[in-house]
Design a protein around this ligand. Sequence first.
Ligand code: ZN
Length: 312
Amino acid sequence: MKKWILSASLLLLLVACGQNGQVENEQNSSSENQAEENDSVVEEDEKEKDVPVSNTEDPKKEPEEEEVADSEEDQNEKEKEDSGNEDQVQEPSPEEPQYVVNPTTSALEPIGDANSEVVLLTIDDAPDWYALEMATTLKELGVKAIFFVNGHFLETEEEQGVLKTIYEMGFPIGNHTMTHKSLRQLTEEEQYEEIVLLSDRVEEITGERPRFFRAPFGTNTDYALELVKQEGMIAMNWTYGYDWETDYMDAEALADIMVNTEFLNSGANLLMHDREWTKDALSDIVKGLQGKGYEILDPDLIGTEDDSVETE
Ligand SMILES: [Zn+2]
């Protein structure tokens, strides 16, 4: 009798702990330890303040993604509607999120006793040349990543077909705007079009609107963040990435730094791109991260605090 109760509760505990059955409370690795700069004037060109970019190179010169830790204070009051698509290709959003994105650092933080030793993989500026091959590699390795896509890569039927394939392989599609312009240089109306029209396009192609948003160059505006929230998306920048730096435009060097950087820690949000050397390094990166004990986070487990609480 007692035994029965014991094992039943053990079972419950296991279920509650999710796939890893690990109970770790070491999250918080990177919560508020960085000065927050809500709205600070981090212009596209001077952003290195609290960004854990590579220390080795001038972080200013990435052609593409620049870092900014823009913060959005809280993600409360989102109005998420999970409605819309009855396409049961896959679960649109998690029933019960186990992780949230820290709005200041973009690190992933476990809710409750979810495994804290996780890292998130993200692939931006897709689907350009290598996204499908990268998705295939990830799928073979049994891990997921968010593909942040741009509208200018979704013009032709072929490009749209690639996106649909990646989506159907089980990868969440994130919104990276229509044309990858810096939002801070756009009017609100233009920002709206950059963001909402891309979600429309992704939905036309896959049947599901993106749940995640990443601003080009990591430069957000208050307007865009509010809009993103209204659109039911979770905004994130990243905690580190290297593939746009000259020294790491090489598969071996990239695989090495991605796994051995000092910025690799619990909840790290890894930025990569649809690039040849990244594609070539991807398998080694994943295996290296796993070899260090990190679980590659399933983005479907990411939600907002609100999702996990019974409000109202
Ligand atoms: Zn980008």
